[in-house]
Design a protein around this ligand. Structure first.
Ligand code: ZN
Ligand code: ZN
Length: 202
């Protein structure tokens, strides 16, 4: 339960810069902030901090990990504060929730593909697609998540839904497996299998 004091505390620290982000992260946060304001949302300091932590995490990060990270001796935000910030970021398509891991990742194609050109229309389009559908490759070993965008996959899904008279409102596809690095590590016989393949084909 959030008390008035919690609310005040969250509010009073709102304008304080408590976490120093790298210039690269700060740039991404500025882009996110600009996108939010175009959508009529306000990126408060707290939302900015949560997004910054998700960007810097490099791995999907859970709500309680975030809560721990923003805790300071004089600031102990209540879980609802973090959940509200996460809801805001999800709503604006800045992050995605990985259901399987109950964790959050930044929307890579929104924040990471920093194009030199400022193609607002292009962003809006991508953003819209991403808000409703997201596809992820999740590495079981290192827990890395790669966001993929494949329009043909979505077209197939839409076709299937149409056939079933099913009204699709969103789709999150989570593919579990091993990333290239972990797959190579998992098979020290990588070279051997190459040889095998070569000999079997000869
Ligand atoms: Zn995305
Ligand atoms: Zn991996």
């Amino acid at each position: 339960m959030e008390t008035d004091r919690d609310f005040c505390r969250a509010h009073c620290t709102d304008r304080m810069i408590l976490i120093d982000f790298s210039p690269a992260t700060a740039t991404q946060l500025d882009r996110a902030e600009a996108l939010c304001s175009r959508q009529g949302g306000r990126m408060t300091q707290q939302r900015r901090e949560i997004l910054g932590l998700i960007l810097d995490a490099k791995k999907p990060v859970g709500a309680y990990d975030l809560l721990e990270k923003i805790k300071t001796p004089d600031r102990r935000p209540a879980p609802p504060t973090v959940y509200r910030a996460l809801d805001f970021l999800l709503e604006h398509g800045l992050i995605h929730r990985i259901e399987r891991l109950s964790a959050f990742v930044p929307c890579t194609h929104l924040l990471h593909d920093a194009p030199a050109h400022n193609h607002d229309h292009c962003h809006e389009h991508d953003h819209d697609t991403c808000l409703h559908t997201a596809q992820f490759l999740i590495c079981r070993s290192c827990k890395s998540v790669t966001e993929i965008v494949d329009s043909s996959l979505m077209a197939t899904l839409r076709g299937i839904c149409r056939e079933q008279n099913f009204v699709m409102q969103g789709a999150s596809i989570e593919v579990i497996g091993l990333c290239a690095t972990c797959a190579a590590e998992a098979s020290p016989a990588g070279k051997a299998s190459h040889k095998q393949a070569a000999s079997s084909s000869s």
